[in-house]
Design a protein around this ligand. Structure first.
Ligand code: MEV
Length: 314
C-alpha cells in the first residue's frame, strides 16, 4: 500500500452521554456530547515485522489489562475495514489526555484516532462518515453490537442527537455556550457488553414493565432536546435526574454510581446521572459555572474518587 509519510497522527474525542445510554440500543433517541479530552494515535513506519500497538494512554488501574483482548480484536477489525495487511511494518502508539475508564468513550476514541492516523499515513483521503464507519467496526471488538453513539461523538465532536436505525440519524445540537460538567469515576472497570446483555435479558423477561420505561425514555429525549435548544439549564438538569431513575429501573446503575450522583446533587449540581454502560465507570454532573463545577468536583474528590472537570457543547 502507498504510504504518504513516515509518520501520521489522528485524534478521537472522549464522550459523555447526557441522555439515554442503553435505551439508544433499542432505537430510542439519545443525546451525547464530545468532551475536550482526546486520544491521539501516531502511526510510524518500522522494520519490525507486522503491526505493533503501544498503549501509553493514562488509564484507571486494570483498564488496559481487562480490555487487551478486545483491543486486539478491535485493531484487526479496523485493519480489515481499511484493507490494510496485518503484515505491514507499522507501529501505532496511543497517547493523549483522555483518561481511560469505562463510560467516557475511551474505546471509541481510540478506534477513531487509529482510523484517522492510518487514513493519513496511507493517504486514503477518507471523509468523516467513512472514518465513523471504520471506528464503528473497531467498536465491535469491544462491545459486540454497539449502537454507534460513542464513535459518532468521537468522530464528529460537538453535541449530537443520535438515533440508531437502519441508517443512523445524527443531528448536531448547539448550545448557547459550552456548560461545565464534572465526571466522577467509580474507579471500577465495567463490562459494557455484559450490561447491554443484562438489559436485553430483563427486557425479554418483563416486556410490559420495560415497555413503559422505554416509552418514558423516548418522551424524555424529546423534552431534553427542547430544553437544551431553549437553553433551559434547570430543566436539562431535572431531566438528567429523571434519566438516572430510568437507568436505575433497568438496573444498570450501582451503589457507587448512585452515591456519587447523590454527592453531586447535595453539593448543588443542577442534575446528575450515571453515564455510559454503567455498573461501574463514570457518572456526570451538570455544573454551570467554574465555581459550582469546583464545588461539586471537590465534594466527589473528598469521598476519594477521581474526577474530570470538563465541558459539554464545546
Ligand atoms: C455505551 O457507551 C453506551 C451503551 O448505550 C451501549 C451502546 O450504545 O452501544 C450502553
Amino acid at each position: 500500500m502507498n504510504r504518504c509519510d513516515n509518520m501520521a497522527e489522528g485524534k478521537g474525542y472522549g464522550k459523555c452521554i447526557l441522555f439515554n445510554e442503553h435505551f439508544v440500543v433499542y432505537n430510542i433517541p439519545s443525546i451525547v456530547s464530545a468532551i475536550g479530552d482526546y486520544t491521539l494515535a501516531t502511526v510510524e513506519a518500522t522494520d519490525s515485522g507486522g503491526v505493533q500497538l503501544i498503549d501509553e494512554r493514562p488509564a484507571t488501574p486494570g483498564y488496559k489489562e481487562e480490555k487487551l483482548e478486545h483491543q486486539k480484536d478491535s485493531l484487526q477489525r479496523i485493519l480489515d475495514a481499511m484493507d490494510i495487511d496485518q503484515e505491514e511494518d507499522l507501529k501505532i502508539t496511543l497517547e493523549g489526555d483522555l483518561y481511560c475508564a469505562s463510560g467516557i468513550g475511551a474505546s471509541a476514541a481510540s478506534c477513531t484516532a487509529i482510523a484517522r492516523a492510518l487514513d493519513q499515513f496511507f493517504d486514503m483521503g477518507l471523509n468523516d462518515d467513512q472514518i465513523n464507519d471504520i471506528a464503528y467496526e473497531g467498536e465491535k471488538g469491544y462491545h459486540g453490537e454497539p449502537s454507534g453513539v460513542d464513535n459518532a461523538a468521537s468522530t464528529y465532536g460537538g453535541m449530537i442527537w443520535f438515533v440508531r436505525g437502519e441508517k443512523n440519524t445524527f443531528e448536531p445540537l448547539s448550545l448557547k455556550e459550552p456548560i461545565e460538567i464534572v465526571m466522577g469515576n467509580t474507579g471500577r472497570v465495567a463490562n459494557t457488553k455484559a450490561a447491554v446483555a443484562g438489559v436485553k435479558e430483563r427486557k425479554e423477561k418483563y416486556p410490559e414493565r420495560y415497555e413503559e420505561i422505554f416509552q418514558d425514555a423516548r418522551r424524555l429525549a424529546h423534552d431534553a432536546r427542547d430544553a437544551l435548544e431553549a437553553n433551559d439549564i434547570e430543566k436539562v438538569g431535572e431531566l438528567m435526574n429523571t434519566d438516572h431513575s430510568l437507568l436505575q429501573d433497568i438496573e444498570v446503575s450501582d451503589e457507587d454510581l448512585d452515591m456519587l450522583v447523590e454527592t453531586a446533587r447535595s453539593a448543588g449540581a443542577v442534575g446528575a446521572k450515571m453515564t455510559g454502560g454503567g455498573l461501574g465507570g463514570y457518572m456526570v454532573a451538570l455544573t454551570p459555572g467554574k465555581e459550582l463545577q469546583e464545588k461539586v468536583a471537590k465534594a466527589i474528590e473528598d469521598k476519594g474518587f477521581r474526577v474530570l472537570r470538563t465541558k459539554i457543547g464545546v
